[in-house]
Ligand binder design. Structure first.
Ligand code: BGC
Length: 740
């Protein structure tokens, strides 16, 4: 054991920012110059989205891009998972979010020649957190060009683009605006990246079939259907130009170009605006808004004012962290604005990695942020879980279990994890979903969602737990599961899982108790709908009371599972370039060692604080922290929170910064593939619940902060029961306005 010694995690610590290229501003992310060599990374950082549509921050001019593209939440293609050796119950259908036809191209030509970004004398990109506009301003020899774009918060299926070209001399200005089926033109036939399981597999055949295409003047209308999943997509694109001029359209459904050209005088500006509508279901209007770009920006700004009123966090005394946390919050807001009964993918809509799948990440790490800042979005995530409950029941049955088992990773509700050891075996996802429901109800006081949907989730997950575990000598055990730490698999009595199951079981008992009085009709309806035997809640209560939780009296800690402490210690002299371990060691090698990918028992001690006295919590942190690699970015925020709670101020701030700068400084080395949403949610948790000390239990909210010495003040907002409270923490004390 190396208590007190901190292993240098694979997620590097943030370096001092390069403020010439990335100036620190409180309300914007700014990049000066072309991001040569880190194009894909920048595209992720400058992504725009609204929870439904996501557009990577590529350049409209088209040169210097790496993986430009547009994604729609839940819009996916399916493919058969082929196993050389199959076993009963393996997942059979892969699901991958696909690049939908992308309308970001708006290339400018002067006198017939396309401008080239690499010949520009100045390039600046600015993502404004208050207006939601991404602006690219470029100075070329003889002209200034400014592109702006937004993904609408007011209308979920709308994106708008604008380019302004101002010439210094008389010239013919042209703009070539494109609609490109990138999935089939740019990604077809590329092999999957064999060495990185996080990246999306590529399709060997076409994904989109054209179901109609019309391009006339500045208007394009196109319909598509995915080949295997059969999803329909309609698109409408419209252009307006000032001074007025004509448009000429050419191309087909895969690649349409709309061109406008006009002769202008020195000092004149040509402004082209492009509106893009995506339709995936009957309710989508493909009518273009009357509004011009400026009006859309005003609406976007008003929506963001509201967002910041609910969600802003202010850090005084550390400008870089202030900018980072605002960027993180902005991305969380973008990812959740219009969920429409879906969840948030692990990378939101900023990249195809993790295939657009929903994991436990959102329920556990992002939902709390939403519950306290935008509860309607938290409710959408719960609605999504409720909508896939029928498939979760089928999955439980296939696994010879009662109740419901949520898929480890999915879009359409079916299990899509082909590696069950670190996939389906993570039964703890059921408790994450249950915890999401409880968090929502605690934050909002809104029990109607509980009666309507939450109770059913709690009952079906409780049924799973009581059926999965078994009694031995009066104690209830759960064997053969994988906990959150994916560097141990198929273990017996994972402490996190057992404690979360206990919480889940008791919550199910409690909700049924309360329903009988509060909503007797719904209660009766639920019982008959679920054919609930009156003896079941008593069985849940009994299992919870008898739940076995490992404890090691010699070390005075909670063993991660029954075998963990007997395993061989990891060799901590392993060279840095052998991390993340999953890329360099067979799972069997990793599994037989005492080495963690991510917080596990430490996570339990944060979520289920009441199960751990302060001494045990501290002892657990000191034991596990040095042997946690942080190979999963889900770890650092949780380690920050628990470090703060056990009085380890140094690591608390260090881990907070790792989480806050994870993507901005590409600390995990894969921001290019999309941003880390769970970490983003974790940043909120670490600021508010860790350093900020906010805690909300059934007994009410409290604040017990751990303000870093380097900061002079921390201010955050939490909405509880519809009332927004502002919490201010300084070194002189805490104020809550209005008081809790
Ligand atoms: C983590 C999981 C997480 C998944 C998606 C993995 O690396 O270990 O806990 O759900 O990434 O973010």
């Amino acid at each position: 054991m190396r208590a007190g010694q901190y292993h240098r995690q694979v997620i590097r610590s943030p370096a001092p920012p390069d403020t010439d290229r990335y100036p620190i501003e409180p309300w914007a992310l700014v990049e000066r110059g072309l991001p040569v060599g880190r194009e894909a990374n920048s595209e992720t950082l400058f992504s725009l989205g609204n929870g439904r549509i996501g557009i990577r921050g590529s350049f409209e001019q088209g040169d210097g891009n790496h993986t430009p593209g547009t994604l729609i939440n839940g819009f996916h293609e399916t493919w058969p998972i082929v196993y050389p050796e199959v076993a009963y119950g393996y997942a059979t259908t892969g699901q991958t979010i696909v690049w939908v036809p992308d309308a970001t191209g708006m290339a400018v030509t002067i006198d017939g020649a396309p401008l080239e970004l690499r010949s520009a004398s100045e390039v600046e990109r600015r993502l404004d957190f208050r207006t939601g506009v991404l602006t690219t301003s470029v100075r070329f020899d003889g002209c200034d060009v400014q592109w702006r774009r937004i993904v609408s918060r007011e209308q979920s299926n709308l994106a708008a683009f604008e380019v302004r070209v101002r010439v210094d001399h008389k010239a013919t200005v042209g703009v070539e605006s494109t609609l490109r089926n990138r999935q089939d033109l740019d990604h077809l036939g590329l092999a999957a990246e064999p060495s990185d399981p996080r990246r999306a597999p590529k399709f060997s055949g076409r994904v989109f079939e054209s179901k109609g295409h019309r391009a006339e003047g500045g208007k394009v209308v196109a319909d598509y259907q995915t080949v295997r999943s059969g999803l329909r997509l309609s698109m409408a694109v419209d252009h307006r130009v000032e001074p007025p001029a004509g448009f000429e359209a050419r191309g087909d459904a895969d690649n349409t170009t709309v061109v406008t050209t006009q002769d202008v005088q020195a000092g004149e500006t040509v402004i082209l605006t492009k509106f893009v509508l995506y339709g995936t279901d009957a309710g989508d209007s493909l009518e273009f808004p009357e509004a011009d770009f400026e009006t859309l920006v005003a609406g976007q700004t008003a929506a963001l004012d509201e967002f910041w009123d609910q969600a802003d966090i202010e850090i005084e005394g550390d400008d870089a962290s202030q900018q980072a946390i605002r960027w993180v919050l902005f991305q969380l807001g973008q990812a959740s604005a219009h969920l429409r009964g879906l969840s948030i993918p692990a990378k939101a809509l900023t990249g195809q990695a993790y295939e657009g799948h929903y994991f436990w990440d959102t329920d556990m790490f992002v939902l709390p942020f939403l519950a306290y800042t935008n509860p309607e979005a938290a409710a959408e995530i719960i609605r999504y879980r409720a909508s896939i409950l029928p498939l979760a029941r089928q999955r439980a049955e296939m696994l010879s279990q009662k109740g419901a088992l949520f898929p480890w990773r999915t879009i359409n509700g079916e299990e899509a994890s082909a590696y069950y050891e670190a996939g389906t075996a993570q039964y703890h996802i059921d408790a994450a979903v249950a915890n999401g429901v409880l968090t929502y109800v605690r934050a909002t006081g809104d029990e109607s969602l509980m009666w309507e949907l939450g109770a059913e989730i709690l009952v079906e997950t409780a049924r799973l737990w009581v059926d999965l575990g078994f009694y031995r000598e009066g104690e209830f055990h759960i064997h053969g599961v994988t906990g959150p730490d994916e560097y141990s698999a198929l273990v017996d009595d994972n402490a996190y899982t057992n404690l979360m199951a206990k919480m889940n079981l008791l919550a199910a008992v409690d909700v049924l108790d309360r329903m009988q009085d509060a909503v007797p009709d719904r209660y009766v309806e639920l019982l008959s709908g679920l054919t609930l035997d009156p003896s079941e809640p008593e069985a849940w209560r009994k299992a919870a009371a008898a739940m076995y939780v490992p404890y090691d009296p010699d070390l005075g800690i909670t063993p991660q599972d029954n075998h963990f402490l007997h395993r061989q210690p990891w060799d901590w002299d392993t060279p840095e370039d052998r991390y993340p371990l999953l890329f360099h060691y067979h799972p069997l090698v990793i599994y037989r060692h005492q080495v963690l990918k991510q917080a596990d028992t430490v996570l339990a001690s944060y979520v289920l604080d009441h199960e751990f006295g302060p001494e045990l919590k501290k002892a657990n942190f000191d034991y596990y922290d040095p042997i946690t690699t942080g190979d999963s970015s889900l770890s650092c925020a949780i380690q920050s929170i628990v470090a703060a709670q056990v009085g380890r101020a140094g690591p608390a701030l260090e881990y907070f910064k790792q989480a806050a700068f994870l993507d901005l400084q590409d600390l995990a080395g894969n921001t290019a593939d999309g941003l880390h949403m769970a970490t983003a949610g974790g940043v909120w948790l670490a600021a508010v619940e860790g350093l900020g000390g906010f805690k909300h239990t059934d007994r009410g909210p409290t604040v017990d902060p751990r303000l870093p010495a380097e900061w002079s003040a921390l201010r955050y907002r939490v909405t509880i029961g519809g009332i927004r409270h502002q919490v201010q923490v300084t070194h002189d004390g805490v104020s809550v306005e209005p008081p809790f």
